[in-house]
Design a protein around this ligand. Structure first.
Ligand code: BTN
Length: 257
């Protein structure tokens, strides 16, 4: 079974831990569960060709290499595993606050984003040949660039009494956070394939804005109001529009407003 974190490569500076993982994978076969971390990324990558901001030395930037034994049409399971692991850790540290997964895999505390996940799968035919699961978790950053819409961090959301076991001087120990997350990831990985229904149920339980009337943008001139019903097996967001029409959308086809 894949054990995340038994091999760890740590770098003070990298362009991106996901990019580094991809470069390594193009040359050698890395041990399943290999982890790459960096104190600072000069070209952190986000979803849909966006970047990822993380101030030097303040946050967790990590990528894990997996070789999941699932078919390409099941790849949303990886997203659920990783986002549930991060959600669980953040929820433990931000007790009494709503910690949710904004579809497909952003982690929110209230209406603020605390972590982002970028999963990059390599697919050949009917096989996922490798998967790079990148996680950016804001830990000690408290002053974010103004252009970021709604960022937050563990330091801003958690209280000392909840992070005392992960404390280092005045801040939260990023290595300890990484270890705690590794444990959650290893636990959640055991759900892959065999406990899909439980993964789906757990994911729906903490789905941001589920059941709440919300506004979405489908294209420049197409904004609609509807209610999130669930996420289907293929990872599509299912919405019931206020017109009574149902819809199912892939990542990138729809945006929250
Ligand atoms: C997003 O919300 O857009 C996804 C952000 C993912 C950021 C992490 S940080 C570690 C890993 N390396 C990267 O370049 N990106 C991911």
């Amino acid at each position: 079974m894949t054990e995340i974190g038994t091999v760890l490569y740590h770098f003070p500076v990298l362009d991106s831990t996901n990019a580094c993982a991809a470069r390594l994978l193009s040359k050698i076969r890395l041990k399943p569960g290999t982890m790459i971390t960096a104190d600072y990324q000069t070209a952190g990558r986000g979803q849909i060709h966006r970047g990822w901001h993380s101030a030097p030395g303040l946050n967790l930037c990590l990528s894990c290499i997996l070789y999941p034994d699932i078919r390409p049409h099941e790849q949303f399971q990886i997203s659920m595993v990783v986002s549930l692991a991060v959600q669980e850790l953040v929820a433990e540290l931000c007790k009494n606050k709503p910690v949710t997964i904004k579809w497909p895999n952003d982690i929110y505390v209230g209406d603020k984003k605390i972590a982002g996940i970028l999963i990059q799968n390599s697919i050949k035919g009917t096989e996922i040949t490798s998967c790079i699961a990148g996680i950016g978790l804001n830990v000690n950053e408290t002053d974010f660039p103004p252009e970021l819409p709604n960022p937050t961090s563990l330091k801003l959301e958690s209280t000392e009494s909840h992070y005392r076991h992960l404390q280092l001087d005045d801040s939260i120990d990023i290595n300890a956070v990484c270890e705690a997350l590794t444990e959650k990831l290893n636990h959640r990985l055991t759900f892959l394939q065999s406990r899909t229904i439980q993964l789906q149920n757990d994911y729906q339980q903490v789905l941001y804005r589920q059941g709440t009337l919300s506004c979405f943008k489908l294209s420049q001139n197409d904004r609609r109001t509807g209610t999130i019903q669930s996420v289907d097996d293929l990872g599509r967001l299912q919405i019931l529009w206020e017109t009574g029409e149902p819809g199912a959308y892939q990542h990138g086809e729809i945006e929250y407003v």
